[in-house]
Design a protein around this ligand. Sequence first.
Ligand code: GDP
Length: 194
Amino acid sequence: KIDNLDAQLHQVDPNYDFNYDAQFKVIVIGDSGVGKSCIVQRLTQDMFKDDHQITIGVEFGAFVMKIEGKIIKLMIWDTAGQEQFRSITKLFYKNSDAAIIVYDVSRRESFDDVQTWQNEIENNTDESVLQYLVGNRVDLEDSREISHQEGSSLAKDKRFGNFFETSAKTGQNIRELFIQVTKHLYLKNKDRLD
Ligand code: GDP
């Protein structure tokens, strides 16, 4: 069903005011250093910088997508370093429609922590939040510690909406991930949009 939806993601200025049919908030969480900021940066600026400096606070990306004639606005929230101290504010989680939990395929510890992040979501949001699991840094094939199979099984066992393997460095699957999340949210909320 999702694959039949035709849609493209366009970046917009978060401050630019326009009419839309639905707005969704997507948060990106996971252990520090797994590549969350780089994923958002790859999506928003189509670039990758090895020396990307985190700023403490929250970083945003805003996108618009047209699906079956409906204008969907997507706000992407990046923890921007808050997670280092496990001090993500309630405000960060508030009203999120989807949560992307990222781990690093070359660091098992970040995979083991997925459950902790899932608990965070469950404690801070209502249960209807769509969850996607993402294994990042797949360009580092030689130092891989988590197989595709292992990630995919966890996603199934823990009732994630879907599973992606990405690389912020090469751009692999980054747009696909966010397009899929948006389509999924659209289908989930379609009834109240008609
Ligand atoms: P965050 O703390 O989760 O936001 O992680 P960052 O986005 O700051 O990335 C942490 C480090 O991993 C940085 O040095 C990035 O250059 C590197 N990194 C992020 N994504 C990738 C990737 O897909 N491949 C590789 N090889 N390195 C990555």
